[in-house]
Ligand binder design. Structure first.
Ligand SMILES: [Zn+2]
Length: 238
């Protein structure tokens, strides 16, 4: 159940019966010629909705924005600072806590390393001050790596390539477009050295091969992710 669609009267009843709440977190960033800028939000939001069909959970209104470094100068990318993201998540978690919710999952569709460090830091900081909560922190790319024995993917496939295009073809096919213009590409950032003009080293937003994508593969990936997240909610560490 999506919180934004409930009345406050419904929320009051439903919150007593749920196992927890997911905060879907995305990014607005370039994903090649074939996927929309909000791809990272759409994937995790659609997965959250499917988890909510399997177990009684709430879905908080999503956070569309994230921290994007490598793609920040590509057309359409709208990045926010990590500190902003952390403070926003802390505020949302505090409100959910005040409403009586004690299990919170911070789930990101964006795989950026720094972005996910700030989400992890928000989770750790919140838990430190609210020891009666369960906090989950996960992102799609990490979950997929953990499930990699069950899906055949190229080890370099990372962004707007095979898995992400496949997933979108399954969960939200109406926003996938221009597949004939999609192409295989990889960034060429120098090892260890930080660079300011990132578009010189990565100009497409594609990191992998979207030509390999299929809705069937997307369904398999989606089902595995939903199953894993359902298991997490049903597991009991407290
Ligand atoms: Zn993405």
């Amino acid at each position: 159940m999506e919180i934004e669609r409930l009345t406050s009267f419904e929320f009051e009843e439903i919150k007593k019966k749920v196992l927890g709440v997911i905060i879907p977190i995305g990014s607005i960033e370039a994903h090649g010629p074939h996927l929309p800028l909000a791809t990272d939000l759409y994937t995790i939001h659609e997965i959250a909705k499917r988890v909510a069909k399997e177990v009684p959970i709430l879905i908080a209104p999503p956070v569309y924005y994230g921290l994007c470094r490598s793609t920040r100068d590509l057309p359409g990318t709208l990045s926010i600072q990590g500190e902003t993201l952390k403070l926003l998540l802390l505020d949302i978690m505090e409100s959910l806590y005040r409403q009586g919710l004690r299990t919170i999952a911070l789930l990101s569709g964006h795989a950026g390393g720094t972005h996910n460090c700030y989400i992890l830091d928000a989770g750790e900081t919140f838990l430190e001050h609210h020891k009666d909560t369960r906090i989950f922190v996960a992102n799609i790319a990490k979950l997929l790596r953990d499930l990699s024995q069950k899906i055949e993917l190229h080890p370099q496939d990372s962004h707007a390539g095979d898995w992400e295009t496949s997933l979108m073809m399954h969960v939200k096919p109406e926003v996938v477009k221009n597949l004939d213009q999609a192409f295989e590409d990889y960034p060429a950032f120098p090892e260890y050295e930080l660079v300011t003009e990132k578009t010189k080293f990565w100009h497409s937003g594609i990191w992998g091969n979207p030509k390999l994508a299929s809705p069937e593969k997307g369904k398999k990936i989606c089902d595995l992710l939903v199953k894993k997240l359902v298991e997490l909610f049903l597991s009991g560490s407290k």
